[in-house]
Design a protein around this ligand. Structure first.
Ligand code: GLN
Length: 485
């Protein structure tokens, strides 16, 4: 069974009418995982027994009329969400044996709505990467072409949905990690506004940028999943206490009369011709749907990669200081004293990219360089935020590519971190600005690789952004295609 042409609400109906049981559906997912995951490596942990037991309970609840929004629906989450009783590794050796004593708020919310959490998904270690290759559990492969990367860091979250292993997933997006893999895998991924979704119990990478986001096979499911996880949480001091609209209610509003801006800095010369073609045709579709298209400018775009990588690495170096062999995860100790134990543990536990970032981040925060690097990057960030603020006085939404190229070959950039960082150019600015953005399928390259379109919305205007995404999805058939595996 493929889920792409069935929405969560379709599945809900089938479960409620008895045409399908949750146990059957969960078995389909588990079998699909067994049949495809040797090629994809999307999962770090599969909870087969627990999922089947939860499905049996869900079937009883449904039969007695007590089903909630996701009762009996199999989902999976990036291995960065703390889950009670199931290990949370962040795809790092240092957390190889770590089991959290509590569930992240988003996990609690999924469980409250009855979701079956079938497993934990592979990712770039501590969410640091753009390809899914920086994982202690091994690289993830793109379901459309297993010679290529699925994107990252929520690599498993996107690959699993694209391959029909589960109905929907959660990822995290610090600089594009939900949107870019969604784009490379031909699925829908959304980064909510900073503060929209609780991060309590989500392992921190860069706290001023991290946000939890859903990945799904279509816009409607993405809207539904966002509605489940969104909302104020007193346990996360950055979560914002504002109304969460019903994202499904007005999904069909359309885009007639909406003003969509094309930031000229995002339509650069280096853009891959297939991407240019697909995005241009998406712009035409929006025109036909009645949107007004205008060119706008986000003048500080060029500085976003540099300021992001300074801020993200600085915050990461501070957040990852806690993995010292004392409180969490593995310990390496050959009896050289406390400092020796720290060094051995961190040398053995972290992968190369994580070490690179800890070193660069520590450097940027050091007393002699703080002003020149970290403080400067924060000032640039303010200018970037201001760009978005100004542009949203003129338009309702922005439309851009998600990535400058389609999915690249495995290994193509592993020796050139800077090149890899530059590939985040279109996704990073929204994390710096804190606003919401999403990726949805808008075409295929000559080589048959999916291409994503990015919509950027005003802060807390996810509903409006989803309406525009839905209108596009209904007018095209890109989301209906599924990879052959
Ligand atoms: N690719 C970016 C990075 O490596 C974004 C990662 C993310 O969003 N978690 O930092």
């Amino acid at each position: 069974m493929k889920f792409h042409n069935l929405t969560i609400q379709d599945i809900r109906q089938k479960l409620n009418s008895g045409e399908l049981t949750s146990v059957e559906l969960t078995r389909v997912c588990l079998e699909r995982i067994k049949a495809t995951d040797d090629k994809l490596n999307a999962f770090i942990t599969v909870c087969e027994e627990e999922a089947l037991a939860a499905a049996a309970v869900a079937d009883q609840q449904i039969a007695s009329g007590n089903g909630a929004l996701l009762t009996g629906i199999p989902v999976a989450v990036k291995d960065i969400f703390n889950t009670l009783d199931v290990r949370t590794t962040c795809a790092s050796k240092i957390l190889d044996d770590y089991v959290s004593p509590y569930d992240a708020t988003t996990i609690t919310k999924l469980r409250e709505q009855g979701a079956i959490i079938i497993g934990k998904l592979n990712m770039d270690e501590f969410a640091m990467g753009s390809s899914g290759e920086n994982s202690a559990a091994g690289a993830v492969y793109n379901p459309w072409d297993t010679q290529r990367v699925p994107g990252g860091s929520s690599s498993g979250s996107a690959a699993a949905v694209a391959a029909g292993q589960v109905v929907a997933t959660l990822g995290t997006d610090t600089g594009g990690s939900v949107r870019q893999p969604a784009s490379h895998c031909g699925v829908v991924g959304l980064k909510p506004t900073y503060g929209r979704v609780s991060r309590y119990g989500v392992v921190a990478f860069a706290s001023s940028l991290d946000q939890v986001g859903p990945v799904a096979g279509n816009v409607e499911d993405c809207a539904l999943m966002l509605g489940v996880v969104a909302g104020y949480d007193p346990a996360d001091s950055t979560s914002v206490d504002c109304l969460v609209p019903d994202y499904l209610e007005n999904l069909k509003t359309g885009v007639a009369g909406k003003k969509i801006g094309l930031p000229k800095e995002y339509f650069i010369d280096g853009l891959d011709p297939d991407i240019k073609k697909a995005v241009n045709s998406a712009i035409e579709t929006y025109r036909q749907l009645g949107a007004e298209i205008v060119e706008v400018s986000l003048p500080h775009t060029d500085y976003s990669v540099a300021s992001y990588y300074l801020i993200a690495m600085a915050e990461a170096s501070s957040n990852l200081a806690r993995y010292d062999g004392v409180r969490f995860g593995i310990r390496q100790d050959s009896g050289d004293g406390l400092i020796g134990m720290y060094q051995q543990t961190r040398t053995a536990g972290f992968g190369d990219e994580v070490k690179r970032r800890i070193m660069l981040g520590t450097y940027a925060l050091s007393s002699g360089y703080y002003d020149a690097y970290y403080l400067k990057a924060q000032k640039v960030r303010t200018l970037i935020r201001q760009d978005f603020h100004d542009v949203f006085e003129q338009v309702d939404l922005l439309l851009t590519p998600v990535a400058p190229t389609p999915a690249f070959k495995i290994g193509a950039m592993t020796n050139d971190p800077l090149q890899m960082y530059l590939s985040d150019i279109f996704t990073i600015p929204t994390n710096l600005a804190g606003t919401c953005a999403m990726s949805l399928p808008c075409g295929f390259s000559e080589d048959g690789l999916p291409i994503g379109l990015q919509l950027i919305g005003k802060p807390f205007a996810e509903a409006e952004m989803l309406q525009a995404a839905y209108a596009f999805e209904q007018a095209t058939d890109w989301s209906d295609r599924v990879p052959e595996l």
